[in-house]
Write a protein that binds this ligand. Structure first.
Ligand code: AMP
Ligand code: MN
Ligand code: MN
Ligand code: MN
Length: 315
């Protein structure tokens, strides 16, 4: 699996510390149709290139099936692609996501880990379907499968689309609010591994474990700190300081929690499909912080020398 584009240039390297008000042409959290994204890996890479990104990671839910295609497209486009995925895990009964950045590709214990995740997702879909059938969506599994349009393991978004298509709810947001969101009947988590187990797969496989979107779990600051402690105790070394659009005060507060723990700061749009609020590379600006950029991590440091990672301010 190629790690760096053919036209590898040691020019305009990413800076060793974050500059104030600087934006970076780096997006380390995006989805393709290998999971619940709309674009093929090739289409995603092309869109990233059009938008001026220089460094990207494909982080589909619980799979790296799109990575080979994305790598080939990235090489064509002259973009630096970091193989990755977003692991579904559990911590204290909450569904927590861990982004795995895998500069060496899929290897080591993560190979088995992803097989386990695939099985878990298949079994979970059956449980979700049973529950939705009891709540007024007959043949839920077949309907979600039809929405997915491929044979990949199903996710909650496929059930959300089925609920909308059948007129059970008016829209996607309503589907999550009433049936699939955190704490609802369709939010089935029992199949996922403990966060410590998932982090161990990543670290033992040459990767960097990144706590995904820490502000999106509805946790208090204190509880978020406990999550970060547990994640770090398991070997996690980074968290997404910026995920899509965030409130600046919340981001500054999160930055302090990273600094207190010496966690590296990552960034990503969590892009899923065109026309949504997120686009590749579109995310809030990184605040003034002493947290080191993720590309300073020893396992990713070679990425700094790939093509330019800076965009002009305000772009
Ligand atoms: P799953 O991976 O099957 O657990 O589904 C989780 C995915 O559903 C997330 O990655 C989002 O793409 C989407 N999702 C989760 N919660 C919501 C929500 N409240 N509103 C809209 N989409 C959501
Ligand atoms: Mn998703
Ligand atoms: Mn997520
Ligand atoms: Mn995501």
């Amino acid at each position: 699996m190629p790690l760096l584009p053919a036209n590898y240039l040691p020019a305009n390297a990413l800076p060793p510390v974050f500059d104030v008000d600087q934006r970076y042409s780096v997006d380390l959290h995006m989805h393709s149709n290998a999971s619940d994204g709309a674009l093929t890996p090739t289409e995603l890479v092309k869109l990233c290139a059009e938008r001026g990104l220089t460094h990207m990671s494909l982080t589909d839910h619980d799979t790296m099936d799109g990575v080979d295609e994305a790598s080939a497209a990235a090489q064509q486009a002259g973009l630096c692609l970091i193989p990755g995925c977003e692991l579904s895990t559990r911590w204290q009964g909450i569904n927590i996501h861990v982004v795995a950045l895998m500069p060496g590709g899929l290897q080591g214990p993560l190979v088995e880990g992803l097989k386990q995740q695939r099985e878990a997702r298949i079994q979970r879909a059956e449980v979700i379907a049973e529950r939705l059938e009891k709540m007024g969506l007959p043949n839920a599994l077949e309907k979600a499968r039809a929405q997915a349009g491929s044979d990949r393991p199903l996710g909650r978004p496929d059930f959300a689309r089925a609920l909308v298509a059948e007129g059970v709810v008016a829209d996607w947001a309503g589907a999550f609010k009433r049936y699939l969101g955190s704490g609802k009947k369709g939010d089935v988590k029992a199949h996922w591994p403990e966060i410590s187990e998932a982090v161990a797969w990543v670290v033992a496989s040459g990767g960097v474990a990144v706590l995904a979107h820490p502000l999106r779990y509805g946790l208090t600051r204190r509880k978020r700190g406990l999550l970060m402690d547990a994640f770090q105790a398991a070997g996690g070394q980074s968290a997404e300081l910026v995920s899509g659009q965030q409130n600046p005060d919340s981001t500054r507060d999160l930055a302090r929690q990273l600094v207190e723990r010496n966690l590296y700061a990552s960034m990503g749009s969590d892009f899923h499909f065109p026309g949504s609020h997120a686009a590749p590379g579109s995310m809030s600006v990184i605040p003034r912080t002493a947290a080191p950029p993720i590309w300073q991590h020893s396992r990713l440091i070679h990425l700094r020398d790939a093509p330019s990672g800076m965009l002009s301010p305000g772009s």
